[in-house]
Ligand binder design. Structure first.
Ligand code: FUB
Length: 367
């Protein structure tokens, strides 16, 4: 448990260096740790952070926030020092369990409800409990999570509980037809639920372009349409897909799909959807350019048209977020690596207010 004085900017000036490169350090497919370490020596910079970490007793990342029973719950990854060397597959992100956090108000005490699900409890999962999400329907809470199976393939599992804080009881098998990482479940205003998912490089999305898993990383040419996130409506049982996952296509200002070479704008990982004044906002990380960008559409499947940046790059390589409305205000949950002085695999979750302008565009936040 930790008291967070969120509303006061930390105003802490820190001298930080980027000690560790991320799970996906370069597009070359080769780890690039030495080069990054040299670069860090040159890039020692003074940093001032917009907000303070929500908790500091454990490392947390990838915060998915939801309001259940007038309380704000956060479902993050639980980062640990795995001792595994950093590589482009993200092997150093060897998380073992999930904790659930809650707060009565943003800026209040944050409660850690303890381990809600452990990899040891999941029959099909071997390692790497990455970014989760949660949903509620008809008296049951659902925790959705990616993990690698015994063939080293990322799948998405689901676990259930009668309480938002767990403990969650996992299904024996991953969701049929699921693959890759970063599930985000959106409840539409008509009561339908959709899962958005996918992540490139370590998240293996590039290995599913044929519809089947191929253990080789192949990427489209720079002038070809970018790899898309996926979306599937959930069945009424919330444990399975109601349809084959479809591409979430992002269009440019001319109505053309963003191309693979458009690193500043194309999808990489960390999908999230929220609805504001009838418009669907699909937000996501651009990966090696480190933005949280957003695109808008008029239905949950898209296509979505690129609009701009929600969150500029954070300290640390990964950028991952959620957007939630709570007590009539909109909030952005995100993470950085303030507590670990820039170690990419040891992150901490944060929150700040998010503003939709009168024309529906989102004010860019600099973390
Ligand atoms: O936490 C592991 C991975 O890092 C997540 O699945 C990605 O979105 C990135 O934040």
């Amino acid at each position: 448990m930790r008291n967070t004085n969120l509303l006061l900017p930390t105003a802490v000036l820190l001298v930080l260096s980027y000690a560790t490169l991320s799970c996906q350090s370069s597009g070359s497919g080769e780890a690039n740790t030495e080069e990054a370490t040299e670069a860090s020596a040159d890039s020692v910079t003074e940093k001032q952070f917009l907000t303070a970490p929500l908790v500091s007793h454990i490392y947390t990342a990838d915060p998915s926030a939801h309001v259940f029973n007038d309380t704000l719950y956060v479902y993050p990854s639980h980062d640990v020092e795995s001792g595994i060397a950093a590589d482009d597959l993200g092997s150093q992100f060897d998380m073992q369990d999930y904790h659930v956090f809650s707060m009565a108000e943003v800026g209040d005490n944050v409660t850690d409800h303890g381990a809600a699900l452990s990899v040891d409890d999941v029959l099909w999962a071997e390692r790497q409990m990455w970014a989760p999400d949660a949903a509620y329907r008809n008296g049951t809470y659902y925790l959705y999570f990616p993990a690698k199976d015994e063939e080293n393939i990322f799948r998405i599992g689901v676990a259930t509980s009668s309480a938002p804080t767990g403990p969650f009881a996992p299904q024996d098998e991953p969701i049929e037809g699921s693959f890759s990482i970063d599930p985000a479940v959106f409840e539409d205003t008509d009561g339908a639920y959709y899962m958005y998912f996918g992540g490139i490089w370590g998240g293996q999305l590039q290995r599913w372009e044929s519809g089947e898993y191929v253990a080789v990383d192949e990427y489209p040419a720079d002038d070809q349409p970018a790899i898309s996130a996926k979306v599937a409506r959930l069945a009424d049982d919330m444990l399975s897909f109601d349809e084959k996952p479809k591409d979430v296509v992002i269009l440019d200002e001319n109505g053309e799909p963003l191309v693979a070479g458009d690193n500043e704008r194309r999808f990489f990982e960390a999908a999230w959807v929220h609805k504001y004044q009838g418009t669907y906002y699909f937000s996501y990380s651009t990966g090696d350019t480190h933005y949280i960008a957003y695109a808008t559409g008029d239905n949950p499947y898209g296509p979505f048209t690129y609009q701009g940046v929600v969150l500029n790059p954070v300290l640390g390589w990964t950028n991952h977020h959620s957007v939630v409305k709570f007590n009539e205000k909109w909030y952005l949950f995100y993470h950085d690596t303030e507590l670990s002085d820039g170690q990419t695999h040891l992150r901490n979750i944060k929150v700040t207010e998010l503003t939709h302008r009168p024309d529906g565009s989102i004010e860019t936040i600099t973390p």
